[in-house]
Design a protein around this ligand. Sequence first.
Ligand code: SF4
Ligand code: SF4
Length: 378
Amino acid sequence: MKSPVYFWNLRASLKAPYAERIRKLLTRTGFAEHIDGGELTAVKIHFGERGVTSHVQPLMVKPVLDYLAKAGARPFLTDASTLYVGQRGEAVSHAMQAAHHGYDPLLLGAPVIIADGLKGGNQKALPVKGKHMAEAFIAADIADADLLVSINHAKGHELAGYGGALKNIGMGSASKQGKMLQHVTTGPLVNLDKCVGCGACVSMCASQALSLAEALGENMKGQKKHILLDQARCIGCGACFLACKTGALEINWKTDVAAFLERMLEYAAAVLLTRPKPCLHINFVTNVTPDCDCMGFSDACICPDVGILASLDPVAIDQASVDLINQAEPLWPSHLPKGLKPGDDKFRALRPHLPEHLGLDYAETLGLGTRDYELVAL
Ligand code: SF4
Ligand code: SF4
């Protein structure tokens, strides 16, 4: 059976301005019928790294929060800490970054709560039936919320290829440990120039894969010891990343992308399939940049603004968003290859190593939804 995906093409009028269109779009999904009253509702969003301008803007989010509150829910805006060092690596900087981008509780009527605690360690293990894992480590306040709404910026992504609802939920709801377990397959890349020989990572490694070795002479910083990784013992758990403060242990971003996508989608399954009530997903197919909102800049868009989509099916809404982006006119000076036409696959043109369906076929296999959708225009 086809899943309905409700679509507004951004045309507005004095009688039906933005907030009214959003209200109509969300009403069509039927989500409000699942609100009894008083539910603490996690609205999972990406506040945008410092320097980004293409993230979903707070004034675009306000009518969504108003709609939820009017239906009886008690929404809060949320995200979890990132793995990399930036403005969102722990809760204090993250909340300040949200404020810097205008996510003001008094303006929006909803507070910002960073869902995995002060340093990213507040997590819950949720069960999942995947081929890579049986449990996933999810930011506790997202797991604990009575209802879940995802607000997603549909765009490209440097590793996943495309980022929409499933990426926002799968990667974005994971605790730091959960994020590491999605990224890591073969353990860390070791940058000896950055290693100060402190040994902090050694005790973190339950597999005894790390040890300190005498350096052959002093390294560039004058240290006499450096870390040694026994690749054969490493199980890729990622725990050592938390210990290293110098950046000597780096994530191998060139990991097998298909397997990475599968792990990310298994995380999305852990979040969504353990919930007693349906979740609402809202995709903003606007400011469609080639990279994600973590990058610290917003590059030229790959297509014109397409619209806003809403659905209870995260697979359907992501498939519809991908299709609409691919059907749209390509835009330059984005770094899309020259000669691309409407209908060509923009995501795989940008990153040819991506699997054909960007992992959405595996999302179907996990039971997250269907790629077979019906686009219902407002
Ligand atoms: S990834 Fe895990 S097993 Fe591998 S070196 Fe780091 S802590 Fe040890
Ligand atoms: S890799 Fe990092 S944590 Fe480990 S010894 Fe070197 S500097 Fe210390």
